[in-house]
Design a protein. Structure first.
Length: 197
């Protein structure tokens, strides 16, 4: 069982709302109950896919996700009232780290929504900011590059970031949230299961 005590305290001190769940199913039930009759944007996320959130929320919300409905949905997701994403790394000290290729996911977590939820499994947690950044670059990014069939050194070797100059590179932008953005409510959903990359 993961000990979320420190990260809960540090996220709270930074101004994030924090909810903790033992399982992904419980987290999905919670989100399904609190998001109703809204427009919802989804970031590209294996975590959200594993939780089956799109189908659940789409039954009573207007949900936009490019993984489900094609690239045009990226723009619609940017204009949604609520945005749901995960993170590539979360430091126990409270920093939330995301790396992106197209930029839609990191942009949407920074501006334009009434509320942003980050659904984060225990496998994304690292003790410090530097270790969370290392995790995002050397664990999450290579796995995502492999998932997308990219021809990058990290995807081919599957072991670490090579800071490559490949045209297939998916690591093009980095966002670090130290606190919720001004005028936007942000909630971190911590789950005591391994979810996504």
């Amino acid at each position: 069982m993961a000990d979320f005590t420190a990260v809960e305290k540090n996220l709270g001190a930074r101004g994030f709302t924090v909810s903790t769940f033992a399982t992904g199913a419980e987290a999905a039930d919670y989100l399904d109950s609190v998001i109703d009759g809204r427009s919802v944007g989804f970031g590209g996320s294996v975590t959200l896919q594993e939780l089956g959130l799109y189908d659940r929320l789409a039954s009573h919300n207007e949900v936009h996700w490019h993984w489900a409905n094609g690239p045009a949905e990226r723009d619609a997701a940017m204009g949604a009232q609520v945005y749901i994403s995960s993170a590539n790394g979360l430091a126990e000290t409270g920093e939330i780290i995301n790396i992106d290729g197209a930029g839609n996911r990191v942009a949407a977590t920074l501006y334009g929504h009434q509320k942003v939820y980050f659904v984060i499994g225990r496998n994304k947690l690292a003790p410090t900011y530097d270790e969370a950044l290392w995790r995002a670059r050397n664990i999450a990014a290579p796995k995502n590059a492999q998932r997308l069939g990219r021809k990058t050194p990290c995807a081919v070797k599957g072991d670490r970031c090579y800071d490559c100059k490949s045209p297939d590179r998916i690591c093009r932008g980095l966002a670090v949230l130290w606190e919720p953005m001004m005028g936007m409510e942000m909630e971190v959903i911590l789950v005591d299961e391994d979810l996504g990359f």
